[in-house]
Design a protein around this ligand. Structure first.
Ligand code: ZN
Length: 210
């Protein structure tokens, strides 16, 4: 009843395409956008330290969902992304069974500024869906690296080199979570760091890939 009332005053719009949603809607996404994000079968990409599984290309409703998560409905969008990503993971995991789920960390100063790490929110949700332990403290960012935006692939690799540190030992099979992957420099560096602390195999899972 309350939801209906709130929705009546602020009509809910789809986070993917902006279309008005039914007043009774519990979701922030319309069925078409959900199908579009879930339906695009992205081929897995192999990097030197990990394999990357992604759900959708960074365009259209997938891009809008990420933006909506960053600037407004953070938690609701993180849950939608987590559901789509979990489906992609189950479809493409090829028998890989992770012992721990770890998000790509933000540097403390950036986390304080924003108040949360969106990748950690998504990872926590995925951990609940897959019933696998989650840790946001195992992998940390030691340097507040400048944004990767606008950098060439080689510069991106240099920019994140040595930027992460692991506390304690890491289980052998790790599922690494981020919202978007571009060249893969960040996730590959995270995977290398996890491997130096005991991981044997790292699979990265992102919602989107540019
Ligand atoms: Zn939509």
């Amino acid at each position: 009843m309350l939801r209906y009332f709130v929705n009546f005053i602020f009509p809910p719009r789809c986070a993917g395409c902006g279309a008005l949603l039914p007043l009774s809607s519990r979701e922030l996404i319309c069925p078409e956008c959900l199908a579009e994000a879930s339906g695009s079968d992205m081929p897995a990409v192999e990097y030197s330290h990990c394999r990357l599984i992604s759900s959708a290309l960074y365009e259209g409703s997938a891009k809008n969902l990420i933006k909506e998560m960053k600037f407004r409905n953070t938690r609701s969008c993180a849950k939608i992304l987590a559901r789509v990503m979990t489906d992609s993971f189950i479809k493409h995991s090829s028998g890989f069974s992770p012992e721990i789920i770890i998000p790509v960390p933000l540097h403390k100063s950036r986390k304080n500024e924003r108040g949360y790490n969106q990748s950690a929110l998504i990872a926590k949700s995925i951990a609940r869906l897959l019933k696998i332990p989650f840790s946001a403290s195992k992998l940390q960012r030691t340097r507040n690296t400048p944004s990767q935006r606008g950098l060439h692939p080689a510069e991106r690799i240099k920019n994140v080199k040595g930027a992460f540190i692991v506390s304690g030992k890491v289980p052998q099979a790790v599922l690494l979570i981020d919202d978007v992957a571009t060249t893969g420099a960040t996730i590959n560096e995270c995977a290398a760091t996890l491997k130096s602390a005991g991981a044997k195999r790292v699979v990265a899972l992102t919602f989107s890939k540019t």
